[in-house]
Design a protein around this ligand. Structure first.
Ligand SMILES: Cc1ncc(COP(=O)(O)O)c(C=O)c1O
Length: 386
């Protein structure tokens, strides 16, 4: 049977594959510890439950406007103003079926075949394939040995006349690191100076620890929103524990937003009405849910850091946000795929190989599960490696 060259060239999502594997092993009754996960274990906010029930009770669940319902856009505007000091209008927002679709809408709207899209490693596993899906060329900027962050100069040195966008995820999946203010300022200057889009994937923006805040690109912008090169991506998956609802959104200038609406209209018509009602309910409740979630994750981060420090040869940059840690295991094994497979086979612990995020020698260990799993999982790893 014929398959397109594009379909044949795409890699499988490593994290989704591992989730499936962990679930299969669990279903077989194996005592698997899953440190490869990417979603909080908390129940959804009450407001999300109530609003979706209300819609169901009415008995009408219809198509919505392509770019999202008015009540949800109103909540997104208030959220953006509260956390970024920028108030988008309805024509600046596209609600999508997850932040993932919002990023895809963006790439399809700005990338022509062969255009380059730059992002630093370690990167979210989907970026390279999503850029390829838009017939673009991913350009990866790697940090110096032993570091997890690149400098603005490193990024600038990779710019060409074909560069259309820079993607940045801060706090970062997988490293948990927050890019510093000076870096964000320089990046905004570079992008505004050259008219290159700067996509800020802020999906973990509310999950920053130790009283820190992830610096916002808008703070350094000299342009009004409708002339801005900054595209902000957010959603309810992580900060509101609503991964299954599939609601994310973009905030961007009106011209780009219009293009993204056209893309979405042809691909999915609109995000689920039920999920949009739920997301509006979650956002309407305010920041309490995310604050409690963050406090719990901060404690689990501390447990993960304490447990990892017991391993003799692991090097770790303490995560500043998200629910991931990205320790360097290269003193044990440089090949992260081999190491991850060994840990699954011998210790029944699921980890994600660093190579999937563009950095060999590391493993991604999540701490969004139970404290007990973190302690047990790392203890099993220690037993095998030390
Ligand atoms: C960095 C990053 N961006 C975007 C997403 C996609 O989130 P959503 O569930 O809203 O599609 C994820 C999910 O893992 C992520 O880690």
């Amino acid at each position: 049977m014929h398959l397109s060259r594009l379909a044949l060239s795409l890699g499988q999502s490593a994290t989704l594959k591992l989730n499936e594997l962990a679930n299969n092993l669990k279903a077989e009754g194996k005592p698997v510890v899953h440190l490869g996960g990417g979603e909080p274990e908390e129940k959804i906010p009450g407001g999300a439950f109530e609003e979706s029930c209300k819609l169901l009770d009415g008995g009408f669940v219809r198509y919505t406007p392509v770019s999202g319902t008015a009540p949800l856009k109103k909540e997104i505007a208030a959220y953006t103003e509260r956390h970024y000091g920028v108030k988008p209008g309805p024509k600046n927002i596209v609600v999508a079926s997850g932040a993932k679709q919002a990023i895809y809408n963006f790439l399809i709207s700005v990338v022509d075949p062969g255009d380059q899209v730059i992002f630093p490693a370690p990167y979210w596993v989907s970026y390279p394939e999503m850029v390829r899906l838009a017939y673009g060329t991913p350009v990866i900027v790697r940090p110096r040995a032993g570091e997890l962050l690149v400098s603005a100069e490193d990024i600038e040195s990779h710019l060409t006349s074909s560069t259309k966008a820079i993607l940045l995820n801060s706090p970062n999946n997988p490293s948990g690191q927050v890019y510093p203010e000076g870096f964000i300022r320089e990046l905004v200057e570079i992008c505004e100076g050259r008219n290159i889009y700067l996509l800020m994937d802020d999906i973990y923006n509310r999950l920053v620890f130790d009283g820190l805040k992830a610096p916002s690109a808008y703070d350094f912008s000299k342009r009004p929103l409708n002339e801005s090169v900054i595209v902000s991506i957010n959603g309810v998956s992580k900060s509101f524990s609503m991964t299954g609802f599939r609601i994310g959104w973009s905030v961007a200038n009106e011209a780009l937003t219009q293009a993204m609406v056209k893309v979405q209209a042809q691909v999915s018509s609109c995000p689920s009405a039920l999920s949009q009602a739920a997301a509006a309910g979650a956002l309407r409740e305010g920041d309490g849910f995310s604050d409690t979630l963050r406090a719990g994750l901060e404690k689990k981060r501390d447990v993960m850091v304490a447990e990892l420090s017991k391993l003799k040869k692991v090097k770790l940059h303490k995560p500043q946000g998200t629910f991931y840690s990205f320790p360097d295991f290269s003193a044990y094994e440089q090949d992260s795929t081999k190491l991850s497979a060994l840990l699954l086979e011998k210790a029944l612990v699921v980890t994600v190989p660093g190579v999937e995020f563009g950095l060999e020698g590391h493993l991604r260990l999540s701490y969004c599960g139970s404290e007990q799993d973190i302690i047990e999982g790392v203890a099993r790893i220690r037993k095998i490696l030390d």
